[in-house]
Design a protein around this ligand. Sequence first.
Ligand code: ZN
Length: 229
Amino acid sequence: MLIGLQKLDLEIDKTLKKKEELTYQIQALEKELVSLQEKLTDKERELKNIRRQVREKEKDIEEMSLVLAKHEEEKYKVKSQGEFTAIEREIAQVERKKEETEDLLLELMEREEELISYLPSFKRETEEKRKSLGEEKQILSKSLENLVHKEEKLRSERKKKVSQLNSLLLGQYEQLRRTKDGLAIAAVKNGVCQGCNVGVPPSLISRIRRGEIVYCESCSRILYIAEEG
Ligand SMILES: [Zn+2]
């Protein structure tokens, strides 16, 4: 009975471990999906931002052109050379500023162009990736669901088994499982405990054969005789 219980418990352990791995994989996929979406959102935000800057620069340039035209008119209405020179200086300053702004606008428009030509394919790739990741996630989730069912089944089987066991023995078994790396019951094969690889004295072996509960003198596991062959 204990051997059966241990088989079941080892199966449960395995299921739990697989469940943990799957959960981890699913979380990793979810993270990847989020970062994919974030990248796309970033690019779209950048384009929006650049378009706004382009509009601003265009407006600035327009305003500076107006200022220049006004100064050109003023130039012919001045009465002294001093005033004339001052306006000329003003014009040169605005022109310099306008040129700088035009250079900036050009750079912005280049980046805008780049983003406009790049975004659709990036969007498509993101969509495809999201689809394949979504499918992958679905498969993993399905496996996880199966594992949960399996675990439930194993646990109810375990409950049945445990209810038929002597509670003192069960307590010992649980205690050993906790301290012996999940393996409370060990087979004796060719006179050797398979839990610790130490020989078991013949007197103990004959007590096992008589149906007594016998513990390994070396590792304290509950012993049973392995079927030969
Ligand atoms: Zn042992």
